[in-house]
Design a protein around this ligand. Structure first.
Ligand code: NAD
Length: 503
């Protein structure tokens, strides 16, 4: 059985729950109350207790934050500094994060139900790594020199796109924030960040560290609040030049609509997924089971790239199924601050209810529940790792992004069938392939329509490697030098080589 590891209300060694210092909006270099004076609760998903009350920004606060970012873009020094100087300040920012890593890891774990060892050893360091990568890129932004016909020559300038609105989901509060903030800082943009309402705390802490590092006032503004108010106001603001959005496909559509109806601002969309992992007969079954388990259950399934559709070739299917169920049953569920625990609580009641609702759909649509299928404990939002088999492509659990610890196991016979099934969703974020056969790996990786393909590995993310969706998983890239281009625009300058024919 999945084991429940007590101490849900805190405890564990080696960490201290810090006093929450930053709960106000950060606008033009100052922490301020919202114009309305309203606040909202942010809760601990382990026990549903209130961690802090945070300023609730709305349209008026977005107006003030955009005004600060606009002033700082049009007249401030950040866009006018050399890339080298911007990079130096960003490196200092990264160092300050490293100096506060223990506190930041506890904040994200507390706010999001994440394993503390993971926030500490992986997520906060990933934020630092991303910031450092783009700090190093800031002085490598350059255009082209062009010999034009008719004795003219031209050159291109890559200029910062302007004021950017960054909208962030709750599932990776630190890495996702830095995937947006870092390339836009390097490009010389100024910005308004709208963190998810579920996880506002670390973003405010980062605003404080950015100021300490010397990032000028007005360059980074953080407005905490809800999507339908603060988020929507940012997307329809006439003085915002770009929205970089990460979140659900449904809200991504609203973001595009708002951009179209306002000033035709640029939009990047990093959206949902329903990613396949395809396991071929020649795979090492133990390795494949462990990889598929992590693909589905990593971060309690609250992972955009979650590999939740597992296609297994027929010869190894039965063995794979048996071992997958064993592994799921042995998962240690419990307090994410306990080092023995492997799976913490889902983020909130809405997500918890949504996942349990999908499990009911699965049962009602005729899939066979092999393990899990219900909540765990009675204090927080815990759900057992769940595996369904006999899943058909047209079932909701095979089509919709569940964003929880639910695996759909499916069998296939031929490589053609695997490719067809893998492509049979509206999403195209990532795909996993497990095989020792190079020809199969090559063929499938070219045939599956997804932005990232992991062969004999999964969830390998690196700041230098572009990441972003195909199909309804969005467009535009985060990570890599491609992400820098998302925050730059190209200006062409043309001049006669000799004397001007018009002078
Ligand atoms: P969500 O779309 O509900 O919310 C994301 C953000 O959008 C939040 O900050 C929210 O306040 C804001 N928002 C909500 N309504 C808005 C509106 N009308 N206008 C502007 N902003 C609005 O998503 P979520 O539940 O927070 O996150 C989970 C989703 O994010 C999943 O679909 C997941 O796949 C996706 N995601 C994608 C990636 C990726 O890289 N492709 C990464 C992480 C998460």
């Amino acid at each position: 059985m999945a084991s429940y590891n007590g101490c849900v209300n805190g405890g564990g060694d080696g960490f201290k729950i810090p006093e929450i210092q930053f709960t106000k909006l950060f606008i033009d270099g100052n922490f301020v109350d919202s114009v309305s004076g309203k606040t909202f609760e942010t809760r601990d998903p382990r026990n549903k207790e209130v961690i802090a009350r945070v300023a609730e920004g709305s349209k008026e606060d977005i107006d003030l934050a955009v005004m600060a970012a606009r002033k700082s873009f049009d007249h401030g020094k950040w866009p006018r500094m050399s890339g080298y100087e911007r990079g130096r300040v960003m490196m200092k920012f990264a160092k300050l994060i490293e100096d506060h890593i223990d506190e930041l890891a506890v904040i994200d774990s507390l706010n999001c139900g994440k394993l503390l060892r993971f926030t500490k050893e992986n997520e906060i360091p990933a934020g630092v790594h991303i910031l450092q990568f783009y700090a190093g890129a800031a002085d490598k932004i350059h255009g082209d020199t062009l010999k034009l016909s008719g004795e003219f020559h031209g050159y291109t300038l890559k200029e910062p796109i302007g004021v950017v609105g960054h909208i962030i989901p709750w599932n990776f509060p630190t890495p996702l924030l830095f995937l947006k903030v870092s390339p836009s800082l390097a490009a010389g943009c100024t910005m308004v960040v709208k963190p998810a309402e579920q996880t506002p705390l670390s973003a405010l802490y980062y605003a404080h560290l950015a100021k300490l590092a010397g990032i000028p006032d007005g360059v980074i503004n953080v407005v905490t609040g809800f999507g339908a108010t603060a988020g929507a106001a940012l997307c329809s603001h006439m003085d915002v030049d770009k929205i970089s959005f990460t979140g659900s496909t449904a809200v991504g559509r609203l973001v595009m609509e708002a951009a179209a109806k306002s000033n035709l601002k640029h939009v990047t969309l990093e959206l949902g997924g329903k990613s396949p992992v395809i396991v071929f007969d020649d795979a090492d079954v133990d390795m494949a089971v462990s990889m598929a388990h992590n693909a589905t259950f990593f971060n309690k399934g609250e992972f955009c790239a979650s590999g939740s559709r597992i296609y297994v070739q027929e010869k190894i299917y039965d063995e794979f199924l048996k071992k997958s169920v064993e592994l799921a049953k042995n998962t240690v569920i419990g307090d994410p601050f306990d080092p023995e625990v492997q799976q913490g609580p889902q983020i909130d009641k809405k997500q918890f209810d949504k996942i349990l609702g999908y499990i009911e759909y699965g049962k009602n649509e005729g899939a066979t529940l092999l393990t899990g299928g219900k909540s765990y404990g009675n204090t927080g939002y815990y759900i057992e790792p769940t595996i369904f088999t006999d899943v058909q492509e047209n079932m909701k659990i095979a089509q919709d992004e569940i964003f929880g610890p639910v695996m759909a196991l499916m069998k296939f016979k031929t490589i053609e069938e695997a490719i067809e099934k893998a492509n049979a969703t509206s999403y195209g974020l990532v795909a996993g392939i497990i095989t020792k056969d190079l020809n199969i790996a090559n063929r499938v990786s070219r045939s599956v329509r997804a932005g990232t393909i992991w062969i004999n590995c999964y969830s390998v993310l690196d700041p230098s490697c572009p990441f972003g969706g195909y199909k309804m998983s969005g467009f535009g890239k985060c990570q890599g030098m491609k992400a820098l281009d998302e925050y730059l625009q190209v200006k062409s300058v043309i001049t006669p080589i000799y004397s001007s024919p018009w002078l």
